[in-house]
Design a protein around this ligand. Structure first.
Ligand SMILES: Nc1ncnc2c1ncn2[C@@H]1O[C@H](COP(=O)(O)OP(=O)(O)OP(=O)(O)O)[C@@H](O)[C@H]1O
Length: 297
């Protein structure tokens, strides 16, 4: 391998990753002659740097949290010729790096990258945007909007749990129409999550046997966050079987058409700048990525 480009967000998470960047570069120099670090200065820089450096790189590494990863893959996935991609976790939740079995210690993660275990990983597409972890509407958007960034920085993943509890008191339903070839849904709902990766906000997302290599999205529609639906999800987690119950619907899909009334804000990999209606699809094996030893297909 000749050239590695690292796109690093110095503001992500607890900022330790930037402190250790010299050690990381030294490790990566064992597999590549040229390792260049590009630091972002503001939102949007990650995408712009990828556009410039991806054509001349053999591997691109995002060093940061899920927001930086989302920005970078949205630039990378639209290229015809995509270099190998890896994540050095440096944010608060680092959801997709967990799915890939990458260590949450960035120095260990750098070691894993040097072992060069590659897989072709599915990518979700919504409109003209791409996602690795999840696409969601309803309660999930309310949960993440409640999270104040200073609390998130201080409490990390705990902030998501606290916010979830707060939001439960204010749950609202909306009208949802979903079409996906063999499956359809028309009716009231409280939340819809479409998953590619297994984690949302650092929490395991209740998608049994989910895989980022099966060419399928996991679709979970929760009609009511009742005791019954929560119980069904808990049982599903314990037994690794699909959740069942009158308050929820779970299936796999390759494509989905989604419409809501009223129009809803979407939470996609933690970013909230798109709205319904939307067409979702999966791009099987679209990104060649580095995985860790703990990765299960
Ligand atoms: N130099 C910078 N200063 C401030 N913000 C930046 C900078 N570079 C990038 N950003 C923005 O910071 C946002 C947050 O970064 P990121 O999501 O990577 O970290 P995090 O919020 O700590 O982690 P996570 O999303 O995993 O919880 C991103 O949306 C990114 O666009």
């Amino acid at each position: 391998m000749n050239k590695i480009a690292i796109i690093a967000n110095p503001a992500a998470g607890n900022k330790l990753l930037i402190r250790d960047m010299d050690q990381i570069v030294k490790k990566l120099n064992t597999i590549a002659g040229v390792v260049t670090v590009w630091q972002t200065e503001k939102a949007g820089d990650g995408a712009e740097i990828i556009r410039r450096v991806a054509p001349e790189s053999d591997m691109v590494i995002t060093a940061g949290g899920d927001g930086t990863v989302y920005e970078c893959i949205n630039s990378l996935c639209s290229l015809d010729d995509r270099p190998l991609f890896a994540i050095l976790p440096g944010g608060t939740c680092n959801d997709f790096s967990r799915t890939l079995g990458i260590s949450q210690n960035h120095l260990e993660a750098a070691e894993q990258i040097t072992r060069m275990q590659e897989r072709n990983i599915d990518v979700g597409k919504h409109g003209n945007h791409y996602f690795l972890n999840f696409w969601g509407i309803g309660l999930i958007t309310q949960v993440s909007e409640h999270i104040q960034s200073d609390i998130k920085k201080r409490w990390g993943r705990l902030a998501y749990y606290l916010s979830a509890i707060q939001t439960m008191d204010e749950r609202k339903t909306f009208y949802l129409e979903v079409e996906s070839g063999h499956r359809q849904y028309r009716g009231e709902a409280m939340m819809m999550i479409v998953g590619n990766g297994a984690y949302v906000g650092g929490m395991d997302a209740y998608f049994p046997q989910s895989s980022v290599e099966d060419g399928l999205l996991d679709v979970l529609i929760i009609k009511d966050v009742s005791v019954g639906s929560l119980w069904s999800m808990a049982v599903s987690r314990l037994t690794d079987q699909a959740p069942e119950g009158s308050d929820l619907l779970y299936f796999h899909a390759r494509k989905l058409k989604i419409r809501t009334a009223p129009v809803l804000k979407v939470d996609c990999d933690g970013e909230k700048n798109t709205f319904t209606p939307v067409h979702l699809s999966v791009l099987p094996g679209h990104l060649r990525m580095i995985v860790g030893e703990q990765y299960n297909t």
